[in-house]
Design a protein around this ligand. Structure first.
Ligand code: PA5
Length: 470
């Protein structure tokens, strides 16, 4: 992309409505902001030094060979398969879901075969037996490629799914079953890589220092995207562009740092809830991806010195305009415990007129002659205004358009924001001990070898009492 086009496609941030001048005493004062920035000015540099956990930042620059391999695999999948099923959970699914929803046709799977740019795509991130069963009612397993994604190679949900598809593929394809599986996992650790090697399964690796929720721009997200014809080079290009914007020395010019600072100040002011509200269906799942990123990275019991801090901010997903008719009442008149981030889009990929009719009913006719594009934009600005008037903090991240380049930027921006917020809060944003506890308890309850002590701990937990049950 030409430099001028890149500039036109640069994401912008408006945080006027976070400030005291606009929302009164619940907002942030200029001095307060400046002091905070000064105090945390070296965060970006400190986060960069934790290279072992921030290798995801290098993904836009160091994957040339792997991208070419992904494009080759994707081409062959497109030619030979009718469905592509991703099996994974958490960071191994939410990124692929968000990118697909943003960049594919909004009704991708329902398009006819000649209009779709690739096979039908299913991202199966739950183990609800009914959902699993239903998948096999809509795919033809002989014409399906399964992409099993697990960084650790040991997550129970994903491994159970692998067991199931191995059984089903073997039943209908015999020895040829492994050709219908692609593994995306750690190169050195876990069981998936062992199984893949044993059966000659095509494998892509999640690089070291790239944790689950930061892995979208690795083969985790790139293969499913490429299979659907999404331009993954442009996605990485957008991520690199944002990484550079966030590499400036002046913290006030670093968009990710500023976003992190604003969220952290709002936390100090009692905003325990962070709402992300995209005004675009294509970005709805981006809010879901961000919810995991923000919650799992910042929800921590201890700080880096081992002191109990119980930090974090609860992410909430809302959709404009849909949730104007459900949640906005609470945001406007409820407690001052929320900060809202709108995701706006300047230019939608469709222009839809609102036709003229019912001239004799002015309360309806006033809509005629406008476009749905104007309507959604006006409603976003009106909601922003209403929240400002009710003295609630909000900010807006605007994408000039939803395309590969802007989605790459947005994901890198939010990943960096999260890493900087972790630095500001002095916590480890890259681990997830709370998730591990649940995973270990599952292993123990299902009798996995090595978890006998945990099983005993669970056996000795307080028994549930009848008087608390109805
Ligand atoms: O962000 C994380 O690390 C987690 O959400 C993981 O992605 C999730 O638990 C799945 O792990 P894995 O990819 O190892 O199966």
């Amino acid at each position: 992309m030409q430099d001028a086009n890149r500039l036109d496609m640069q994401i912008s941030i408006d945080f006027n409505n976070m400030m005291e001048r606009f929302v009164g005493e619940h907002g942030i004062g200029d001095d307060e902001l400046n002091e905070f920035i000064e105090k945390n000015a070296d965060i970006a540099q400190r986060v960069n030094e934790t290279r072992d956990n921030t290798r995801w930042r290098e993904l836009p620059y160091n994957q040339e060979t792997v991208v070419n391999r992904i494009l080759e695999i994707a081409e062959s999948v497109r030619k030979n398969y009718h469905s592509f099923v991703v099996l994974g959970i958490g960071g191994s699914a939410l990124g692929p879901i968000a990118v697909q929803k943003a960049l594919n046709h909004l009704r991708y799977n329902e398009l006819s075969d000649d209009l779709r740019r690739g096979p039908k795509l299913y991202i199966e991130d739950n183990i609800d037996p009914e959902r699993i069963r239903s998948l096999f009612d809509v795919i033809d397993i002989k014409r399906t490629m399964f992409n099993v994604i697990t960084k650790s190679g040991s997550t129970s949900e994903t491994m159970a799914q692998l067991l199931l598809i191995t059984y089903m593929l073997r039943n209908c394809l015999g020895d040829n079953w492994a050709n219908h599986v692609i593994a995306t996992t750690d190169e050195h650790k876990g069981n998936l890589v062992k199984i893949a090697r044993q059966f000659g399964i095509t494998t892509l690796y999640v690089p070291d220092g790239v944790g689950g929720r930061f892995s979208e721009l690795s083969p985790v997200g790139l293969l499913p995207a490429a299979v659907c014809g999404i331009d993954i080079k442009s996605l990485l290009d957008g991520a690199a562009y944002m990484d550079k914007l966030c590499s400036v020395d002046d913290p006030q010019k670093n968009p990710a740092f500023m976003l992190a600072a604003l969220e952290c100040i709002s936390m100090k002011k009692g905003c325990n809830i962070s709402v992300m509200m995209p005004y675009a269906d294509s970005l709805k799942e981006m809010a879901d991806w961000y919810a995991q990123l923000w919650a799992e990275s910042l929800g921590k019991l201890y700080d880096k010195e081992g002191c109990v801090v119980r930090t974090g901010q609860t992410p909430v997903k809302a959709l404009g305009v849909t949730d104007q008719h459900s949640q906005i009442q609470l945001y406007a008149e409820g407690p001052f415990d929320k900060v809202i981030t709108f995701l706006a889009v300047d230019q939608y990929r469709a222009l839809m007129d609102i036709p003229n009719a019912y001239d004799d009913i002015p309360d309806v006719a006033f809509l005629s002659g406008h476009t749905f594009n104007e309507l959604i934009d006006v409603e976003r600005r009106a909601t922003e205004y209403a929240l400002m008037k009710s003295r609630h903090m909000s900010k807006t991240i605007t994408l000039p358009m939803v395309n590969e380049f802007t989605i790459g930027q947005l994901m890198m921006l939010l990943e960096l924001q999260t890493a900087y917020a972790g630095g500001i809060l002095n916590i480890d944003a890259f681990d997830q001990p709370g998730v591990e506890e649940g995973k270990n308890a599952t292993y123990a309850l299902l009798g996995k070898p090595g978890y006998e002590e945990k099983a005993l701990e669970l056996k000795n937990m307080p028994k549930k009492m009848k008087e608390y049950m109805l």
